[in-house]
Write a protein that binds this ligand. Sequence first.
Ligand code: NAP
Length: 320
Amino acid sequence: MTYNNILIIGGSGFIGTALATRLANQGRHVIVPTRRVKNAQTLLMVPQVEVVEADINDDKQLRKLIARSDAVINLVGILQGGLGNPYGKRFAQAHVELPQRIVKHMKAMGVGRLLHMSALGVTGSQNSPSMYLRSKTDGERVVRGSFLNWTIYRPSVVFGAGDSFLNLFAKLAKVAPFLPLAGADVKFQPVYVEDVAQGMINTLDNPNSEEKTYEMTGPKVYTLRNLVEIAASYSGNPRPIIGLPGPLAYLQALAMELVPGEPLMSRDNLNSMKLDNVGSAPLSPDLKLEPTALEPIAAEYLCPANAITPLDRFRSKAHR
Ligand SMILES: NC(=O)c1ccc[n+]([C@@H]2O[C@H](COP(=O)([O-])OP(=O)(O)OC[C@H]3O[C@@H](n4cnc5c(N)ncnc54)[C@H](OP(=O)(O)O)[C@@H]3O)[C@@H](O)[C@H]2O)c1
């Protein structure tokens, strides 16, 4: 079956923009709800993508959106969700209660296909070291128990123009003479955002992908120190990197949490990094991906002379 009316909840973000654009380029109709239309500006330019200002935390609005689709993709995820046991209230709302409500309304509306974005590091155990991972675990459990035609994706850290990982370290390197780094030796296997989008599309219509969970990883494993070196040097600001031992890393995260606004790093983020973020097996052939190397892509968007925005990327794809 080919799904032609696709609702992407959380589709205005980094991964959602790549995914919605690719789905739309295939001629599918894509609905992207957002809390504020300005969050989805790039997508406003894509024909076939319908950006809708909506509150997905309102059951009536969510149900109406689901009723217009034949497949639902849930990409909503947050990194800071407050404190609590087993997780803070905002983690519960975004990672567990939202999937519960999506499942409920899909069943009520007779919509059967659900693609759900989780994260590498989710082990299925409530003993996971962070609230982020514990709440993502419970979100997966909701989807698995839904009796819908579900597929779950677990990417490692995702890179690409507009990412909030390499770009963050590039920004820090611009202003800091050296980079004090928590979790410097933790391993990651970064995956390209366009590969994540294409892997999801390659499995969307394939019934063999139903009730399966796919890890999504890139071709190479790096330590966090390697990645920060790449971000700093490619952006023209190579910096000494000073690995912080555990107690200092904890204090750094605590201090960042005390600064008003969204912290750059929280103690929970630090806890997530107690586990390496690498794949447990080669990529599934179902994804039909030849994973893209990080260096040439990162050089393209981190190098100040080549600095491009996601908007530029879209314009160039659209030959504008
Ligand atoms: N990026 C990575 O490296 C990475 C790695 C592993 C897993 N993931 C997972 O992949 C998914 C997408 O990641 P991303 O990097 O694309 O995220 P993103 O750029 O931060 O986008 C998140 C999206 O979720 C929506 N959203 C966030 N909080 C919400 C809330 N409380 N209520 C309603 N909508 C909310 C936002 O919509 P608005 O337009 O309304 O703001 C936005 O469209 C997440 O589940 C994330 O955990 C990402």
